[in-house]
Structures are given as structure tokens and as C-alpha cells.
Design a protein around this ligand. Structure first.
Ligand SMILES: Nc1ccn([C@@H]2O[C@H](COP(=O)(O)O)[C@@H](O)[C@H]2O)c(=O)n1
Ligand SMILES: C[C@@]1(CO)OP(=O)(O)OP(=O)(O)OC[C@H]1O
Length: 163
């Protein structure tokens, strides 16, 4: 078994799309980033990479590389998940906490769970999404941006998938 921890932060930016957990959420304010700035999938990828001691997403998809400008983070996660699968692991479970004053995350959690489960080739009941505000404290509380934290457990598995 391997455990991994991921954390990411992105600043709010008016006029940008808000993509979280591979799902576009209607909002007049999105997140700033070189890629689509999907803070949730970035933390998922860092957790997976951490579990296998493969570094972090910045090493594999540098923000100085024009190839990743506007990148769909779901596409990057597919690549990272391929590395996990090729090493003979399946997803045990994955737990996400989104730190955001807004928008309300819970109505979008089922779609995010389904998308992450699809990308990580597992049943949706292995993927959890939770959210909390920061009670108006700190950069999240001031609505400057949002953060996501993820813990993942990988299990050795000859078949490669968890269905
Ligand atoms: N962006 C968010 C933040 C919170 N929630 C949900 O509201 C509950 C209460 O949040 P507190 O920070 O006041 O504890 C939280 O447990 C989530 O269920 C949310 O959906 N989106
Ligand atoms: C995936 C990348 C690619 O530029 O996305 P960014 O939007 O730059 O986001 P960040 O979490 O700051 O760093 C990860 C990068 O590797």
C-alpha cells in the first residue's frame, strides 16, 4: 500500500472559467493559472505522485512550458493515472477537502466524484469530496482564492483497476 498527500492553491480571477474536479462550475469568477487552474485535480495528481514518490506536477508539467498553457487538467490526470496503473496500483480510496468561501461546493460534489472516479478507473464510492469555508479567516476567508487538500491510498493490484 502507498499513501499520498496533495495540496494546491489558486487565486480567484474574474472572467476565467471555474473548473473543479474536472467539472466546469457556472461562475463569474474562475481561478488564475497557466493551465485551467483546476485546484482539485492538481491536488489529486500531487497526491498520486506523492504516493509513488514521483515528484510533483510542476516537475512533470512545468508552468514555464507553453505546452501546458490552458491545459485541461483532466488530460494531465489521465497521464499521471497511467503511471500509477503501469506500476501495478489501483485506487484504494481518495479523500478531498476543498477550502473555499464560495461557491457552494456540495451541489457539484456528485459530478466531481464521478469525474475523478472515471479518470482513476474506480467506483465512485472510493472517491470523497468535502468542503469547508475558513470562517472568513486568511486568504480563503478574504475570498482571494481557494485551496484543495487530498489524501490517497493506492493498493497493489494485478488487474490494474478497481471496478
Ligand atoms: N465552499 C463551501 C464551503 C462549505 N460547504 C458546505 O457547508 C458546510 C459548512 O461549512 P463551514 O465552513 O461553515 O463548516 C460544509 O461542511 C460543507 O458541507 C460547501 O458546500 N461549499
Ligand atoms: C499543471 C500546471 C501546468 O502549468 O498548472 P498551473 O495552472 O500552472 O497550476 P499550479 O498548481 O500553480 O502548478 C502546476 C502546473 O504544473
Amino acid at each position: 500500500m502507498r499513501i499520498g498527500l496533495g495540496f494546491d492553491v489558486h487565486r480567484f480571477a474574474p472572467g476565467r472559467r471555474l473548473v473543479l474536479g474536472g467539472v466546469e462550475i457556472p461562475s463569474d469568477t474562475g481561478l488564475e493559472g497557466h493551465s485551467d487552474a483546476d485546484v482539485v485535480l492538481h491536488a489529486v495528481m500531487d497526491a498520486l505522485l506523492g504516493a509513488l514518490a514521483l515528484g510533483d506536477i510542476g516537475q512533470h508539467f512545468p508552468n514555464s512550458d507553453p505546452a501546458w498553457a490552458g491545459a485541461d487538467s483532466a488530460r494531465l490526470l489521465r497521464t499521471v493515472w497511467g503511471w500509477v496503473r503501469d506500476r501495478g496500483y489501483r485506487l484504494g480510496n481518495l479523500d478531498v477537502v476543498i477550502l473555499a468561501e464560495r461557491p457552494k461546493i456540495l451541489p457539484h460534489a456528485p459530478a466531481m466524484r464521478a469525474r475523478i472516479a472515471e479518470l482513476c478507473e474506480c467506483d465512485v464510492d472510493r472517491v470523497s469530496i468535502k468542503a469547508t469555508t475558513m470562517e472568513k479567516m486568511g486568504f480563503v476567508g478574504r475570498e482571494e482564492g481557494m485551496a484543495a487538500q487530498v489524501v490517497v491510498l493506492l493498493e497493489p493490484y494485478e488487474g490494474g483497476v478497481t471496478r
